[in-house]
Unconditional design. Sequence first.
Length: 221
Amino acid sequence: MKFKLPTKTDPVRKRNYDNSSRRRKQADLKECIAAATADLHATRGADKTSYADIAEHAGVSLPTVYSYFPTENDLFRGCTSHVGNQAPVLAVDKILKAPELSAAVGLLVVEMEKQHLYFEPWLSRRMDSYVPFLAEMSGDIRRQQTELVELVLQHFLGAGKRPKVAAGCESILCFDLWYRLVRGHRLSRTEARRVLVKSLLAIIEPRPAVSSTPEHGSKKS
């Protein structure tokens, strides 16, 4: 068998090494570890989850977990990213297409309930001081809720900032109040939605107070 030797005028062809498949496998493995971490945090709690637990749950070796997430902060950020990416998408267009403000508020409460049900396994533990990612996730959710409320207010009530109204609405829509109504007071989700809708409308469109005292000059019958 003869081989053609390269000459000076016939340069050697360099092989282009395609490592995209390897990078894809690494990304999938990293996501698998983050998913396992999120699952254990939801069922056991972050304070009761070790690196060894995560390795076993993800089906990988302990050194593999450390190689992808060397510190707890790295691990929590990976978990936060996974949880956030899997969260239900808010139907903003559907809310804004509502025929009137009260209908939009009702849809807003329904959409928020979907988010609360999804995030409940992590937020219900309220270990913000111990788990940085919970505080970060809570803050992101509050900011998104406030932005959505401001968008709805501008759409139905016209341009203009209403920081006090938006702050009040966000407080009503927050996870803590929903959790207290549904889990603490054991209201049905339908009853809780009614309470939240009425509370929101009371803040957005407050009715003038009616005096219970008789006006001056009125005659007693």
